[in-house]
Design a binder for this molecule. Sequence first.
Ligand SMILES: Nc1ncnc2c1ncn2[C@@H]1O[C@H](COP(=O)(O)OP(=O)(O)O)[C@@H](O)[C@H]1O
Ligand SMILES: [Mg+2]
Length: 264
Amino acid sequence: MENDWKRLKVTGLYKQFSRGPVVLSNIDLTVDRGAFMCILGPSGSGKSTLVDLIAGFEPPTDGRIAFDDSPIHGPGPDRVVIFQDIGNALFPWLTVLENAEFGLKNFVRNKNERRAQAMEALELVGLGNDTHKFPSELSGGMKQRAQIARGLVMDPHVLIMDEPFAALDAITRRRMQYELKDLWERTHKTVIFVTHDITEALILATDVTVLSSGPEARILDTFRPELPDERDPADAEFIAAYRHIESLIGHVHDAGDVRAETAQ
Ligand SMILES: Nc1ncnc2c1ncn2[C@@H]1O[C@H](COP(=O)(O)OP(=O)(O)O)[C@@H](O)[C@H]1O
Ligand SMILES: [Mg+2]
């Protein structure tokens, strides 16, 4: 894979699972190198399906995904996925450092070199002093930082994050959002970040893509929110951007939330 790629391009993407309905319909999406692209949409709209296709876990029914003019076929170390699942993402029998080193085994022959790269990634996420710990000794936020370090160490073109903070408590979640933003500012890694939380998207994104509810989800809007580097949910521009997204999907999503809450 070329290392001087400029953009990830999704063109005319369709996805239909066997005998199921069409999940994604005619998706066009461009992610510039260095962007922080947030994909928003109601629950069940097809956000995970879209990033699974980009990750290469699932083949598209039609359409194309490419880095510039090089189409991707299947998964590769150039696209790393961080999942919501904090319980099972790390190997419980390996330390934080060993977990971070693990993915490098097939790519970096020298053990000291692997260790140095893993240490660097762990320091980037603030786990430099916790390298000897086992996953069971980590808080939820630390587990997610360890997972992010394990992804960063691969130096992928794109870090794909599918609702990575959804399982965390509200305070940890907000802290992780600002930590991730800080990490992105330091590394300028290209990120595709899935969320159904509008505030989370607007704290993080350089680019926002809004999916319609499914089936046959399509892109309702894709735009660059004009917000200052320091994002404050109380700012007028932030609220205006929030309302814009809410007017596209908000009430659909809120209705789902209310149902989920009353069902408990
Ligand atoms: N492997 C699969 N087989 C069949 N249907 C699937 C599969 N994965 C997802 N779907 C369907 O695709 C739709 C979108 O799901 P998903 O991408 O998980 O949505 P989101 O991540 O936005 O909540 C849902 O209706 C879901 O049931
Ligand atoms: Mg999902």
